[in-house]
Write a new protein. Structure first.
Length: 487
């Protein structure tokens, strides 16, 4: 736009330009009370049909105009001729100078003169934007007329004035047509861009796949996956998901069998931790760094345990919360069923690789008849079931994914050795209960498949924000993203 404007101004319109405006052309009914009686001092005869004309001469070009720019012969003193058809000039006076430096051009011998129906104006040097005004008294010789033709100004100025004539200018009140046209052009561009942007957003995003995926595996990671799948479907309406998340172990077994049966296309499994041996076809992809926490019933009076105390509780050596500073309540342990990724992470990270003892209760309140003596132990098949049971059973303790346990009523999250479950604490090696969440497929999925696209979505798009909102971190944001391990 600046280039076009410059070409228009300097090439098409020219840099030097002299303009004129008729600011008044009216009948002189009371010449005695006029503000500038000087024009009438020159009158030597009575007026038949007097009129007053006020002209404004201005430099409305881009550069200074000097005497040599007036396109008349050098010996001619007058630079501009103003002609009034059907009228004669009976008096004239210069009424206004925007720059006092122009005054010398109107002094005697400067070229200012009157010849019948014409006014001769001198070659006035004018800076850019400068102007002067001429007030003329006119009369007619052939009786009163209802209309007079406008004055004609004949002159040319070097510098490329269009048509070789002085241009009549308009009042500067209001917005110039060129400005209106430019604004209209810019508005049209903005509207066109808005239309293009709107239409482009109606389509699918760059990494958007259609199809169907069956998702199995971790119940701890299920809320994150389900929320991310809904968000993905909002962006990619051609994608559908089905969920059957019963635990990491069961999900991995299902996926492995689907691969053996040749039915692995469109299957995706999430696991808290790595797959067990004997499943060579399953390909892992690190998705998130997941935090877990121990939780106790809010009535226990305990909020911090050492690793040694936790081990003694699960070994049955500590059976009442009173023994470690809590209330006089028997300890009841609510675990996950074997095969759970959360249970495996707990055994590996907290119990030092030792398997939890078997259960001895179904209702989690009392030992079943014939079961060994000791701490009441029961198991549940999902993270949500564990948390509900811990909140309902006095003296109960269990474990779960941190995000699922956050803000649950009736529960207290346990600090381990004085350290809360946070990414910062785990990253510094002071909080031990965490695990890598893996997404498993049978072999490498096709790059344009829904499974591959959804896995990418979880790691580097809105899915990563959803992972963070649950208190976990995408693997790519950790110090060692390839292994998804804190430093």
């Amino acid at each position: 736009m600046p280039v076009v404007a410059a070409l228009y101004e300097f090439v098409v319109k020219g840099r030097k330009r002299l303009g004129y405006r008729v600011q008044m052309d009216t009948t002189a009914t009371n010449v005695v009370e006029t503000d500038d009686p000087g024009v009438f001092d020159q009158l030597r005869e009575p007026l038949v049909d007097p009129t007053l004309v006020l002209l404004r001469i201005e430099n409305n070009g881009q550069t200074h105009i000097d005497e040599d720019d007036y396109a008349v012969l050098h010996e001619k003193k007058a630079g501009v001729t103003i002609t009034f058809p059907d009228r004669k000039v009976v008096g004239m006076v210069v009424t206004e100078l925007s720059d006092d430096g122009m005054r010398s051009a109107f002094e005697d011998g400067g070229g200012l003169a009157v010849q019948k129906n014409r006014i001769l104006l001198p070659k006035v040097p004018m800076n850019r934007g400068a102007h002067y005004k001429v007030l003329a008294a006119l009369d007619t010789d052939d009786g009163k007329r209802d209309f007079y033709a406008p004055p004609k100004v004949a002159c040319t100025i070097k510098g490329g004035v269009t048509g070789g004539k002085i241009q009549e200018t308009r009042s500067r009140m209001g917005t110039p047509k060129r400005v209106i046209a430019l604004i209209g052009f810019l508005v049209a561009i903005v509207i066109a861009q808005l239309v293009v942007f709107t239409q482009s957003n109606n389509g699918a995003p760059l990494d958007c796949a259609s199809g169907h995926v069956n998702v199995t595996g971790s119940t701890a990671f299920a809320p994150i996956v389900q929320e991310a799948a809904k968000s993905y479907q909002d962006l990619c309406p051609g994608a559908t998901f089905a969920f059957d998340m019963r635990g990491s172990g069961e999900g991995l077994q299902f996926l492995d069998q689907a691969g053996r049966d040749g039915k692995a296309d469109g299957q995706l499994t999430f696991s808290d931790g790595e797959k067990p041996s004997g499943m060579p076809a399953l390909l892992p992809r690190p998705i998130a760094f997941v935090l877990f926490t121990l939780v106790v019933n809010g009535d226990t009076g305990v909020s911090d345990l050492t690793i040694d105390q936790i081990k003694q509780i699960y070994q049955g050596k500590i059976s009442n919360w009173q023994e470690i500073g809590g209330k006089n309540l028997p300890i009841r342990l609510i675990s996950r069923n074997p095969g759970s990724g959360t249970r495996n992470a707990f055994q590996r990270r907290i119990l030092g690789g030792i398997r939890e003892p078997g259960t001895n209760s179904d209702d989690c309140h009392n030992r079943d008849p014939g079961s060994p003596l000791g701490v009441v132990r029961c198991a549940r098949d999902s993270t949500d079931a564990v948390l509900r049971t811990v909140a309902d059973v006095p003296g109960a303790m269990g474990y779960s994914e941190l995000g699922a346990a956050t803000d649950r009523k009736g529960l207290t999250a346990i600090h381990i050795d004085g350290h809360p479950a946070t990414v910062v604490e785990a990253d510094h090696g002071t909080y031990p209960f965490w695990e890598t969440e893996f997404g498993y497929t049978v072999g490498e999925p096709r790059a344009n498949s829904l499974a591959a696209s959804f896995l990418r979505y979880l790691t580097n798009q809105v899915g990563a924000d959803i992972i963070r909102s649950h208190g976990d971190r995408p693997c790519a944001e950790l110090a060692n993203p390839q292994l998804c391990r804190p430093t």
